[in-house]
Ligand binder design. Structure first.
Ligand code: C5P
Length: 239
């Protein structure tokens, strides 16, 4: 199932490759985040890419535009299929990311990466957001960041499933929405540290282009069975 991206939040490259191999045919891609990347670096991303796996390099770049452009250039060189930056870095930063992504892909003769803006982390709720100085509602803030990402030429955003419908309405059908915070139904009941959650099928019905699932799959006694249950739920939701 193309829509299921599995977060490889594990400790070693060996475990990441094992999981990616065992999920072949079920996961539409894998997500390599900051821990695994910091431990294993670009060689792991290249190994995954070489085995035909689509890699979402989830490093959430957030810096001045020139630095983010250079980081995106480096990320494209790993062969990553999807790359993200924080939308709160601003339109100029996102534009620099989009320009760098396209330019590096062209130089390498590769397909351009999907560049995705992170809106508000799914572990945050409205009081936490307000404490950080944002006065508008969480939903208004997420939609405003998504509009900025679109205006900057990004391909989509990461957002909680609860904001998907409003983002779809604001940004249109050809804008990718990537949703972590998937819990409930086939993804199990434990919320871990996620606050704004939804089940896999519900998330896709609400308009998610991709769902990112970590612990409900990678911490399951049988990750392949857990992924298969989610894929079955997604198939039901899309028919
Ligand atoms: O284990 P779980 O399903 O909660 O994993 C979700 C993954 O998505 C984690 O790797 C987390 O870092 C990532 N993520 C998130 N919220 C965002 C962006 C990424 O949970 N807004």
């Amino acid at each position: 199932m193309d829509k299921l991206l599995v977060a490889l939040d594990v400790e070693t490259g060996t475990r990441a490759i094992e999981l990616a191999t065992s999920l072949r045919g079920l996961a539409g891609g894998v997500k390599v985040g900051s821990r695994l990347f910091t431990l294993e670096g670009p060689p792991l991303v290249r190994r995954l890419v070489e085995t035909g796996v689509r890699v979402f390099l989830d490093l959430k770049f957030h810096d001045i535009p020139n630095t983010v452009a250079q980081a995106v250039d480096a990320a494209v060189q790993t062969g990553a299929w999807m790359i993200n930056v924080h939308a709160s870095g601003g339109v100029a930063m996102m534009q620099a990311a989009a320009t760098a992504g396209a330019a590096t892909a062209q130089r390498l003769g590769a397909a351009p990466p999907l560049l995705i803006g992170v809106t508000v982390l799914t572990s945050m709720d409205e009081p936490t957001l307000r404490a950080s100085g944002v006065e508008r509602t969480l939903l208004d803030h997420v939609v405003a960041l998504a509009r900025m990402a679109k205006q900057a030429g990004l391909d989509g955003v990461v957002a909680s499933p609860q904001e998907t419908a409003a983002i779809r309405a604001a940004c249109g059908l050809d804008f990718a929405i990537v949703t972590p915070g998937i819990r409930g139904a086939a993804a199990g009941a434990a919320k871990d540290d996620q606050v704004r959650t939804m089940g896999p099928g519900e998330a896709v019905r609400a308009g998610a282009s991709y769902i990112v699932v970590g612990r409900p799959i990678i911490a399951a006694p049988d990750p392949r069975a857990a992924a298969a249950a989610i894929v079955a739920e997604l198939a039901d939701a899309t028919t």
